[in-house]
Write a protein that binds this ligand. Sequence first.
Ligand code: PLP
Length: 392
Amino acid sequence: KKTFSDRINRIEVSATMAITAEALRLKQSGIDLADFGAGEPHFQTPEHIKRAAIEAIEKGYTKYTAVAGIPEVRRAVVDRHAEDFGSNYTPEECCFATGGKQALFNAIECLVDHGDEVIVPVPYWVSYKDIIQFAGGTPVFVQANEADNFRVTPAMIEAAITDRTKAIILNSPSNPSGAVMSAGDVEAIIRLAHRKGIYMLLDECYTYLNFIGKPVSGGSFTDCKEHVVVLGTLSKTYAMTGWRAGFALGPKAIVAAIAKLQSQSTSNVSTPVQYASVAALTASQQCVEDMKVDYIKLRDRLLAGFATIPGLTCTVPQGAFYAYPNISAFLGREGAATASQVASRLLNEAHVVCVPGEAFGTEHHLRFSYATSADVIDKGIERMRTFFAGLA
Ligand code: PLP
């Protein structure tokens, strides 16, 4: 008898793991790395959020809660969303989850069956492919246009729709490219999906880190609500990655299914974390603005550095905290056949950590997270200049 289920055999460990493990090994052996690998804010969680968690523990809020979250947190999510995006979700249309990842996982498990297709723009966040395959679905990839700042148009999505299309995933601002879709493109794709009875899964994990305009949410198009599921998180917005706090917003029946799945797996999000999340969502949002201003400065510093490396080209990221330079000019040479090889040599020879594009479905790129200090950026650029000069 075989040991493992077909289900578990259909997925792989996150492709970013290998390089992260190698980087950790080098760090532990005392090597000073310029680390652009991590997909998380370098900021600390703001004090008022930490205090709310401590107070919750001291008040004894340490027991189980309703699976979908305490009424206060569901209310805080929908109120913030209504204020920022003009949506009209009720608390029953919100399930609080252990990170945006669990919200996304549960939504896909609830909607996608064997044989169903899910449209995924490329480059994509690593987990989409595996989560869809775990559900038995098939990811259908649509290449974004790098020459047009990694734009994905409604026409490109429409061309990928078949009778089997169950859902479309959009992630704007994007991990890994930093691309931001125009509100018009998002709306057109949502209306197209709504007309065709296809579900929109909007991964809005970086929605507040939009550098070119007002943050956009698919939840704003309330007349298409029946087919819209918004996946949100506090991880990036409030520098809360380790707290594990996210949410799904969608039609009541879908949210109930998501909560049903959660009731048979993790149950409620850690109770003190729910109280901390209420504080994050209801207090002044100035901390979010302040962090955004810093990310823009760090982005500009990294891009200015890239510009001093002949052969490296990079679209201008318009959101999130990633840059996705193209390294085609260096590929195919000896010892640098693929982006993975280049990333591995960058790590071992230049002590610079980044993630190769293969993890995100493209072959000519490296992902750099600039959620780090200006000093790390300067040091990393200096090392890369020498490294790439040696490759050229
Ligand atoms: N979606 C995208 C595009 C991400 O980059 C991440 C985290 O890196 C997530 C979702 C999930 O984040 P979390 O589970 O911490 O909310």
